[in-house]
Each structure stands twice: as structure tokens, then as C-alpha cells.
Design a protein around this ligand. Structure first.
Ligand code: MN
Length: 312
């Protein structure tokens, strides 16, 4: 799963900065869009929230059921300046990339691909896989220290888990409640899947230096005193050391967070950069078949970049 990000996601406007003196709680509706054949709920980027920590993109896709041709089929496309984080609740996806990686991902596992200066990948639903797909793909903006560096790919078949009193927390990225994922994190970051199979209430520990976001995949959740449903993003400003989470019948959710990202982020299509010149260069390099984005085998057609809107 992947972008593209369009102007609808991030219309021009001033971003809201963090408010360290108050406990900010914001509710944002996700935007419905379509990527690679399935409907996604895009929680980030949103005006006025473009980032939560370095998390800059959240696509909750499915649950979608059908023949594999109707499920995720995203042909080769490029990325720069970001890491893609893929987490499945149901189904299977085959990841291929320009580093030579060929990696199926299944529920409970993590794929993390870092683009740096440039990478290309495809996400296929191979024949014979389960007919329901449900999951999330997130992007993490890379800091200046690594964003022009080499690409990389990681697959984590096992991730640390914590029992928060009936809520199972799987630590995808960063540290949480005393355990730490081995997945790469270029900035102070956390990503945790939260699952309860029946009615449960727990306290989710939070780093007060982080801002956080919560997306509900299924079921109903009360976060603090507020009810949250699928299709919403809750933004929690810095300053909290924990928040209560409750479900009456079971629920699945994702917590993300990190230190507010210190760099301006320009996102267009599948690129995260600092200015439009970098975006245009990456677009042209992809269209011209530059070795910046090496070719690799895929059963799917390569995806052409649209023209950049500001150059028309
Ligand atoms: Mn992608």
C-alpha cells in the first residue's frame, strides 16, 4: 500500500504546532480514497495535522474481501525520504523492491522499508492468498541525517508484546512499557498495535515528550472520556504520561507517536522532501528510468508519476 498523496490530503494552510502547556485532544475524520484496488481511510496527512512525531501518512485499508485481483495490487513505484511501515490484521501481501527483497507479510509481522535517497517497490496480492485483506500502511518522514542515505528493508516476523490487562500491546516501532522493538527508528518514535478480544479497560503509558495519535481498526473504543470509532484519528498533544483506553466488546487500534518532527515536510505523490525542487527531481528521475530507482521483477505494471501540479 502506498500513496499517492494529493492536494486533497494537504491543502495549503498553516499547520497547528504542538501545545505543550495544555493537554490537547483533537478528533479528525479520515478521508476515504482508493489505492491499488481497495478503499482506504486516510488518517494522515490532514490539514492541519500533517505529522504526528515523524509519522506523516496513515492509510487504514479494508477489510476488503474478493478475488485477489480486487485486492491490493500496487505496481512498482518510487519513494524518497520516508520509511514505509506495513502491518496486517488479515490477509497477506507480497512485497518486492529494488533492493532485491521478496517478502510476504502476514498478520503479526512488520515490514519496514526505508527509502533514503531512493527506492522502488511493489505490493502484490499473490494467487492463493486469503480473500480478505485488512491492515495499515504508514510512512515515517526521515530526518536530515538519513534522508539522503541508502535504502534498506527489514522484515520482523516477531515483535515484543506487553499485556496491559487484557489489552495486548504489540510494539511495532520504538519503546513501550519497558520493551523495545528491534525495528529501525531514525527519530524518537513509537508505534503500538492494541488489541482486546472482550470488554477491557487499561491505562496506556505515554511518553510526555511525544505527541500521539490513535486510529481504531475495528470495534468501539473510549479513549479517556471520548468515544472513538473507525474512520477517525485522535490527536493527543504532548504532556501526557498515560491515558485510559476501554472497550465494551473488544477492539483493535493503533497508537503512534513521537517527538514533534522538527523539519518542514513537503509531500507529493510518493515522495517526502523539504522543498518542491527535490520532489520534481525525484519525479523526473523516476519517469526517466534513472538508476536512482533500480528496476526489479514484478507481475504488475510500473506506475507513472503524474505531472507536478505547480509546473503545469
Ligand atoms: Mn509504496
Amino acid at each position: 500500500m502506498s500513496g499517492p498523496v494529493t492536494g486533497n490530503d494537504v491543502p495549503a494552510g498553516d499547520d497547528i504546532g504542538p501545545h505543550p502547556d495544555t493537554l490537547v485532544f483533537e478528533r479528525h475524520a479520515s478521508r476515504l480514497t482508493e489505492v491499488g484496488g481497495i478503499t482506504v481511510r486516510r488518517a494522515l496527512p490532514k490539514r492541519p495535522r500533517r505529522t504526528i512525531g515523524a509519522w506523516c501518512f496513515v492509510d487504514h485499508f479494508g477489510p476488503a474481501t474478493g478475488p485477489v485481483t480486487d485486492l491490493m495490487q500496487v505496481g512498482p513505484h518510487p519513494h524518497i525520504g520516508l520509511s514505509t511501515v506495513t502491518w496486517l490484521l488479515e490477509g497477506e501481501v507480497l512485497h518486492r523492491d529494488s533492493l532485491g527483497s521478496v517478502q510476504p507479510i502476514r498478520p503479526g509481522q512488520l515490514n519496514l522499508m526505508t527509502a533514503g535517497h531512493g527506492v522502488a517497490h511493489a505490493e502484490e496480492t499473490p494467487p492463493g492468498t486469503p480473500t480478505t485483506q485488512h491492515g495499515v500502511q504508514l510512512w515515517v518522514a526521515q530526518p536530515d541525517a538519513t534522508r539522503n542515505g541508502p535504502p534498506a528493508f527489514e522484515h520482523h516476523a516477531e515483535l515484543p508484546m506487553v499485556d496491559l490487562g487484557g489489552w495486548q500491546a504489540t510494539v511495532l516501532v520504538g519503546g513501550f512499557d519497558g520493551v523495545r522493538s528491534r525495528a529501525r527508528a531514525d527519530t524518537p518514535l513509537v508505534g503500538v498495535a492494541l488489541d482486546a478480544t472482550d470488554g477491557r479497560e487499561a491505562t496506556v503509558p505515554l511518553d510526555p515528550a511525544f505527541e500521539h495519535g490513535l486510529v481504531v481498526f475495528g470495534g468501539q473504543v473510549a479513549l479517556g472520556d471520548e468515544r472513538v470509532e473507525p474512520g477517525e484519528l485522535i490527536y493527543l498533544g504532548p504532556g501526557r504520561d498515560g491515558i485510559s483506553i476501554r472497550t465494551d466488546r473488544g477492539a483493535r487500534a493503533l497508537l503512534i507517536g513521537g517527538e514533534p518532527f522538527p523539519h518542514p515536510v513537503v509531500m507529493w505523490w510518493n515522495f517526502v522532501a523539504r522543498d518542491r525542487d527535490e520532489i520534481e527531481q525525484a519525479r523526473d528521475d523516476w519517469q526517466e528510468g534513472s538508476p536512482r530507482f533500480p528496476t526489479f521483477e514484478s507481475s504488475l505494471a510500473r506506475i507513472d508519476a503524474p505531472p507536478v501540479p505547480w509546473r503545469q
